[in-house]
Design a protein around this ligand. Structure first.
Ligand code: ZN
Length: 81
């Protein structure tokens, strides 16, 4: 990847459940978002205290039928996003 610009970056991750499906995600470099008091601009439960990228899961798994929410929860549980 390596676009060299700030902004949303798109990434496809393997499904954490079946390892076959492809999950579309996007993430935002933390260097930008954490600098400011960005609480208002963060979607939902994003935590500003973590110096981590902001990840959003865009799709569920077509292979095993898990929903976007389930996939995202599993990614977070495993510390992938
Ligand atoms: Zn799956």
């Amino acid at each position: 990847m390596g676009f060299g610009v700030y902004g949303w970056q798109y990434e496809v991750l393997k499904c954490p459940f079946c390892d076959k499906g492809e999950i579309s995600c996007k993430w935002y470099p933390s260097a930008v978002t954490v600098k400011r008091n960005a609480t208002a601009s963060l979607p939902g439960r994003g935590s500003v205290s973590k110096s981590k990228e902001i990840w959003l899961v865009l799709s569920g798994c077509k292979a095993c039928g898990k929903t976007q929410e389930e996939v995202e929860a599993e990614f977070r549980k495993r510390g992938i996003i």
